[in-house]
Design a binder for this molecule. Structure first.
Ligand SMILES: [Zn+2]
Length: 92
C-alpha cells in the first residue's frame, strides 16, 4: 500500500510539474522564434524593395535608389542617367 501511495505521489508531482512547465516552455519557444513573420508573409508585394521606376526618356526601368532623380512640376521622375534627365529637361 505504501508503494501505491508513493507511486501516486510521483504521478501527481509529475502532472503538477508538467502543468507548471508547459506555459514556461511555450513562452521560451515564443521568445526564440521570430515575433514578426510579417515581412515574409504573402510573398513579394508592390511598394517594397525592388520596385522599379520607368525612365520617361528611354523607357528603361531603374531602381529608385540608383536612379537619377529630378523633380518636374512637383513630380519626382527617375532617369537611368544624367543624359536622359538633361534630355527630358530640354524637351519638357
Ligand atoms: Zn534613360
Amino acid at each position: 500500500m505504501r508503494l501505491l501511495l508513493s507511486l501516486f505521489a510521483i504521478v501527481a508531482a509529475f502532472l503538477l510539474l508538467r502543468s507548471l512547465l508547459e506555459p514556461l516552455v511555450k513562452a521560451i519557444v515564443a521568445f526564440l522564434t521570430p515575433a514578426s513573420p510579417r515581412p515574409h508573409a504573402g510573398g513579394p508585394s508592390p511598394g517594397t524593395v525592388g520596385e522599379l521606376k520607368k525612365d520617361p526618356v528611354c523607357g528603361t526601368f531603374v531602381a529608385p535608389e540608383l536612379a537619377v532623380t529630378q523633380s518636374f512640376h512637383g513630380q519626382t521622375l527617375h532617369f537611368c542617367s544624367t543624359k536622359c534627365r538633361d534630355e527630358y529637361a530640354r524637351t519638357a
